[in-house]
Design a protein around this ligand. Structure first.
Ligand code: OOB
Length: 532
């Protein structure tokens, strides 16, 4: 396995193979086999572009050959920051076929996050689109190249300027040695528990298992037409079941450039979409707009909702407004996926976050001493299984904290389990603000803000919010002069922070409430701010 990664112990490897979770097929092969079964079937729709399985397969082969000619070698890393466009998939499959490991940054990430990801992964290349939704990624590439010496090459979808156009990186397809399915296929980003995002190594075997079984749990088949409205670089629309789930059953993936109801409703009507996935704040927006939209949404059968807790009252509005069923999804880039079964009674679908995907997902719910809680009680969810990682990439010390000695991942989520096995997410122990599904690692923002000349001390806390579930509030002790939210956020933006992580509110205080151990009492602080 790639250096810096933690493998499963031998007896688990044997078991997961014997039980058929790991099928010994690399992700590149998965597409090839589908292309052989259904070459003419529509694989992917991006605006007016429509690629069959044979075309997608061939595009990937041509890019793989071209990128190999440019010196890419198995197990190198490439930082990929692409929006929902067809090239995301031709490139990803090209890299997968070479055994080169994509690191999936989100389109919203900026210099602060990207420099960290490039350093941590020692990426040799960075792939961008020229412009998307009014943002030009080329100046970002210039800055990043200066900061990260390992980044030798920048490939651009569209106008490359001084860089190289991805369209130029093609060559005649040739036979390439297939990577071992036990190898790391991709590096995903953690929602973050401490500081900056950590990298999550997912192997071909485990990621294929993730996508294939998720597709089954969501009833995907050859007639499925899935709309990727969320950014496909995220595990939910990428592989849970998302795009890889679509490709594993020979279905059709339709790409939306952004998830607004205006764009998505047009696509649902035009492309006869059957399934899609959203985070809770977008559900609210879709519900609002559906009231007066005259788009025909009757093809839509299932809406998957995950990433943050969905309120039962909102869940109940989905079928009346959108005419489709709801499936709750509780997942994490580290692995474990839970889905409400499609034939579950309404109250389970509204009130729970579903059942683990496989019987091989070992779940423990424990107290702060790692002792299992009584059945039905709330505790931290620990998990181990055929598609849950055993360690982050190059993170020895953090791995000591994030995993138990016997290999369980500490999710940082507080859950309880119903007698039938359904999990309900009740809160969390980790220091992350979940802003409607977008994760804000508290320490990362606090560390940045501590560098601000007017800030003496800072605590970022979550405030309850109707729309997003949580919003972030930066509570600061200031040096004399007054500070305000606009100037703090402009400063954070200048330091290259992604916009979704900017504090929603700033509160200047004289002192922080402390716990009896002398640490900032965040709960009391949030209550104090809400009462102001
Ligand atoms: C998904 O993945 P990540 O890695 O961005 O975030 C994982 C965390 C979980 O540990 C949990 O704290 C929260 O997001 N979460 C939920 C949730 N789904 C995720 N909290 C409450 N209710 C839910 N339904 O967010 C993700 C990955 C794959 C599929 C779906 C979501």
């Amino acid at each position: 396995m790639l250096d810096g990664c933690t493998d499963w112990p031998d007896d688990f490897i044997r078991r997961y193979r014997e039980q058929g979770y790991w099928q010994g097929v690399s992700l590149g092969q998965l597409l090839r086999e589908q292309a052989q079964r259904t070459p003419h079937k529509e694989a992917l729709v991006d605006g007016t572009r429509r690629w069959s399985y044979a075309e997608l397969d061939q595009q990937a082969d041509r890019l793989a050959a071209g990128l190999a000619d440019r010196g890419l070698r198995a197990s190198q890393r490439v930082l990929v920051q692409l929006p929902n466009i067809a090239e995301f998939f031709s490139l990803t499959f090209a890299l997968l076929r070479l055994g080169v490991i994509p690191v999936f940054a989100l389109p919203a990430h900026r210099e602060h996050e990207l420099a960290h990801l490039a350093h941590l992964s020692q990426a040799v290349a960075y792939v961008i689109v020229d412009q998307h939704l009014g943002f030009d990624y080329r100046p970002l590439a210039r800055t990043l190249r200066k900061q990260v010496p390992s980044l030798q090459q920048v490939w651009v979808v569209g106008m490359a300027e001084e860089f190289v156009a991805l369209a130029q990186c093609v060559a005649n397809p040739r036979e390439l040695p297939a990577p071992d399915s036990r190898e790391v296929a991709v590096l995903l980003l953690s929602g973050g528990t401490t500081g900056l995002p950590k990298l999550i190594p997912r192997t071909h075997d485990d990621f294929a298992c993730n996508a294939r079984l998720a597709a089954r749990a969501c009833g995907f088949d050859g007639d499925t037409r899935y709309l990727a409205a969320l950014p496909v670089a995220h595990n939910f629309p990428l592989a849970s079941p998302g795009a890889l789930g679509v490709f594993s059953v020979g279905a059709t993936l339709v790409l939306a450039p952004e998830p607004s109801p205006d764009t998505a409703f047009e696509l649902i009507e035009r492309e006869r979409i059957t399934h899609t996935a959203l985070i809770p704040p977008l559900v609210l927006l879709w519900l609002e707009v559906a009231q007066w939209s005259d788009n025909d949404l009757t093809s839509l059968q299932w809406l998957q909702v995950g990433g943050a807790r969905l309120k039962a009252e909102i869940a109940a509005r989905i079928r009346p407004a959108l005419g489709c069923g709801l499936q709750q999804v509780y997942g994490m880039a580290e692995g474990l996926l839970c889905f409400t079964p499609l034939d579950d009674p309404q109250e389970r679908v509204f009130d729970t976050q579903g059942l683990p995907l496989t019987v091989a997902d070992e779940i423990r719910i424990v107290d702060t001493d790692d002792v299992p809680v009584a059945p039905g009680a709330v505790g931290e969810l620990l998990v181990r299984g055929p598609y849950t990682i055993r360690g982050y990439y190059n993170a020895g010390e953090q791995n000591q904290r994030a995993f138990t000695a016997d290999g369980f991942y500490r999710s940082g989520d507080l859950v309880r389990r119903l007698p039938e096995g359904h999990l309900i997410v009740e809160g969390r122990t980790k220091d992350v603000i979940n802003r409607g599904g977008e994760k804000i690692p508290v320490e990362e923002i606090e560390n940045l803000l501590l560098g601000h000349p007017l800030i003496r001390d800072v605590a970022l806390v979550a405030l309850a919010d109707e729309l997003l579930g949580e919003r972030s509030c930066a509570c600061v002790l200031a040096h004399g002069a007054c500070v305000d939210l606009a100037s703090i956020n402009a400063w954070l933006r200048d330091h290259g922070l992604a916009a979704y992580k900017l504090p929603d509110r700033l509160q200047v205080l004289r002192e922080f409430p402390l716990t009896h151990l002398g640490k900032v009492n965040r709960k009391a602080l949030a209550e104090q701010v809400l009462a102001l």
